[in-house]
Design a binder for this molecule. Structure first.
Ligand SMILES: C[S@@+](CC[C@H](N)C(=O)[O-])C[C@H]1O[C@@H](n2cnc3c(N)ncnc32)[C@H](O)[C@@H]1O
Length: 312
């Protein structure tokens, strides 16, 4: 296990990079640079190969720019991995690459820095944006969103079953006092939440839902998976690490669709054997080892899935 640049412990580092790198002179993409843990190991494995990193977060980009100075095979771009196609072309001068890595969600330093507004444990401005220069902060969104939409976000993206009650409490509170800090929100949620789950902060699900909405995480994932699969050369691989069931469901369905085609009713004359399948899944879903989970609790829900292009 490597602790990268002080604060983030990379999850399933060797497992994912072993799966990803098939050509030491190839072109690679790290869609979620973070603190560069996966990127550095990929670069260690490469000879003349190159790697293009993405992150939305300006602090992560700062780390990426330092690495650009150290290693000329590496470039970093501040954008969503959903937009990878145009940058791959601009940086590498071609459209196809040998591998794309995605290690989804937020990094530990994003959560740990109270000023970023992701934490329900430490007080800070209610922001939650991976890129604080783009879009609405959580505080701005919560100030104006309709009660039903707020409940839907917490229900769909946070799987919070008391979303309606919690949304009502938030809307009542904001009618007399603006909600501007993380602890303000977590207290309102905790008071409105009638069934605290054992070992879980009562604001966990509401915060997850709002964070996913604010950063369009699932929308970017759907677009990014398509962009990554499109960008793969024959033999190229897409390795994705997800951290919760909503993400993993999207990744699993996407890879199954690519590798097996759509599920067709049995009585139809066309069967999947006749469809133009260009991908295969590589192995089964991989989970972190027991020793990794005991050393890094954040890894406990992680799932790694790999897709490979087999024809053009
Ligand atoms: C779990 S961390 C990645 C950690 C990294 N693999 C490492 O070992 O240091 C996820 C990172 O991806 C970034 N991120 C999440 N979604 C993104 C997206 N759609 N496009 C670009 N970056 C994204 C976050 O800002 C965060 O820095």
């Amino acid at each position: 296990m490597t602790k990268t640049m002080a604060e983030h412990i990379s999850v399933m580092l060797n497992e994912s990079v072993d799966m990803l790198v098939t050509d030491t002179n190839g072109l690679y993409v790290d869609g979620t640079f973070g603190r560069g843990g996966h990127t550095r190991l990929v670069l260690d494995r490469l000879d003349q190969g190159r790697l293009l990193g993405f992150d939305k977060d300006p602090v992560a980009i700062g780390y990426g720019e330092s690495l650009e100075q150290e290693d000329s095979r590496f470039s970093i771009v501040q954008d969503s991995f959903a937009n990878m196609a145009e940058h791959i072309n601009a940086v590498f001068g071609v459209d196809r690459v040998d591998g794309v890595m995605m290690d989804l969600g937020v990094s530990s330093p994003q959560i740990d820095d109270a000023e970023r507004g992701f934490s329900f444990m430490n007080d800070g401005p209610l922001d939650m944006r991976m890129n604080p220069d783009k879009g609405l902060s959580a505080a701005q969104w919560i100030a104006t969103v309709g009660e039903k939409d707020l409940a839907d976000v917490m229900y769909q993206y946070g799987e919070e079953r008391f979303s309606r009650r919690i949304a009502k409490a938030i809307c009542e509170y904001r009618s007399h006092t603006p909600i501007l800090t993380t602890l303000q929100l977590s207290k309102i949620v905790a008071e409105a939440n009638p069934a605290w789950e054992k070992g879980k902060n009562p604001a966990t699900r509401a915060f997850q839902g709002i964070r996913i909405h604010i950063n369009n995480e699932l929308g970017d994932l759907e677009v990014g998976l398509d962009a990554a699969a499109e960008a793969l050369k024959v033999g190229g691989r897409l390795a994705v690490i997800s951290f919760h069931s909503l993400e993993d469901r999207i990744v699993k369905r996407f890879m199954k669709l690519k590798a097996k085609g759509p599920e067709l009713p049995r009585h139809l004359p066309i069967q999947n054997a006749h469809l133009d399948i260009k991908f295969k899944t590589v192995g089964k879903a991989i989970k972190p080892s027991q020793s990794e989970v005991s050393e890094n609790v954040r890894s406990r829900s992680a799932v790694l899935r790999v897709l490979e292009r087999v024809s053009d």
